[in-house]
Write a protein that binds this ligand. Structure first.
Ligand code: UD1
Length: 339
């Protein structure tokens, strides 16, 4: 089956391409390389033995997108990752975020309608739940007003897809990711943050390798057992595998509704200190860190109810926190060797 993966040279996209290829699917990637490297294509090929097809253009361009779909008229389904994802940047440049994340989605949906492509998997985020009143967060946990333009693009995108599916032949699976970390076991692909990372895991590994002097732990006075904030970290390869199952569910028509939503997490919450301890355990390193004030906009704790994904998709995250932190460290070491 030929599958279009937008943003396929990115972090989650590249891991998903590898898993799709492992199941025998043909992949065509569209990416504008705004936050990824063309080298990822060769790195994917090193793992899978097959270089995916690739087109570089910007999906916010309606003519280019329409022409792409006309040319590639054998695409059976789409996994749409391509988007901007930095929370702080979205606060500074809201229009850039709305234009990029929403216009590209609209162009893709138009391309699907014009070319009779029915199925799309969409990258959403647990950010839609904000700080849930009840934990774990279920798919029917109420959505809260987004705390950032980035988060809002995820909420609006979910609505755009749902509204479009009401009167067009569009079937969608919206995957709400918790906190993806880690890297492929080969350490040939992984997360490549541009500049100073915002997210915890790359900040930890960059500190350990000496690129950053110390990790700033944002707050240790939260209402949690050790005072640091809690998230549901999930290994990126587990996450990638869920995309393969989701896209096959769509094309096989085994879904129960035209638009289905699944949480992708492990169901376990870990605090920042627990992640640091896991990293120290698996790397044998001592991490420099300092406790700082809480980061504006951070929530206290969130983890997923994974029951629906486990039963309906027949999928379960398998990798432990130690496997996540050790693979992230192996990746950082491999990156250092390349330079
Ligand atoms: C962030 C976004 C979320 C988005 C997700 C995508 C915010 C507020 N939320 O989630 O909307 O969907 O990324 O990946 O930015 N931490 C430190 N020191 C650091 C970095 C992080 O202590 O240098 C802590 C944070 O305070 C938090 C935890 O580590 O408690 C995880 O942070 P992060 O990796 O940035 O993810 P989220 O904030 O959960």
């Amino acid at each position: 089956m030929k599958i279009l993966v937008t943003g396929g040279t990115g972090y989650i996209g590249s891991h998903t391409v590898v898993e799709l290829q492992a199941k025998g699917h043909e992949v065509i990637i569209v990416d504008n390389l705004s936050n990824s490297s063309i080298d990822v294509l060769d790195n994917i090929a090193k793992i899978s033995g097959k270089k995916p097809l690739f087109e570089k253009f910007d999906l916010t361009d309606p003519e280019m997108t329409a022409a792409f779909f006309k040319l590639h008229n054998d695409i059976k389904a789409i996994i749409h990752f391509a988007a901007f994802k930095a929370v702080g940047e979205s606060v500074d440049y809201p229009l850039m975020y709305y234009r990029n994340n929403l216009v590209s989605l609209i162009n893709i949906l138009q391309g699907m309608i014009d070319n009779n492509i029915r199925d799309i998997v969409f990258s959403s985020s647990c950010t839609v739940y904000g700080q849930p009143e009840q934990l774990p967060a279920r798919e029917d946990t109420p959505i809260q007003k987004a705390a950032s333009p980035y988060g809002n693009t995820k909420q609006i995108s979910e609505e755009i897809i749902s509204d479009t599916s009401m009167n067009a032949n569009i079937h969608a699976i919206l995957l709400r990711y918790f906190n993806p970390i880690g890297a492929h076991e080969t350490a040939i692909i992984g997360e490549l943050p541009l500049g100073v990372p915002n997210c915890l895991m790359p900040y930890i590994t960059q500190t350990a390798i000496g690129k950053r002097p110390f990790l700033r732990v944002w707050g240790d006075d939260y209402d949690t057992p050790d005072g640091t904030a809690i998230r549901d970290y999930i290994h990126v390869v587990d996450l990638a595998k869920a995309h393969v199952i989701a896209v096959e569910r769509l094309t096989e028509g085994t879904g129960k509704k035209n638009v289905e939503i699944f949480n992708l997490g492990t169901g376990n919450g870990f605090s920042v200190m627990e992640v640091i301890k896991s990293f120290e355990r698996t790397s044998g390193m001592k991490l420099n860190y300092e406790i700082k004030e809480r980061r504006a906009g951070d929530i206290v704790k969130v983890w997923a109810d994974t029951e629906f994904a486990n039963t309906e998709l027949g999928w379960k995250a398998e990798k432990t926190l130690d496997e996540m932190t050790s693979s992230a460290w192996k990746w950082e070491l491999a990156l250092a060797k390349k330079k």
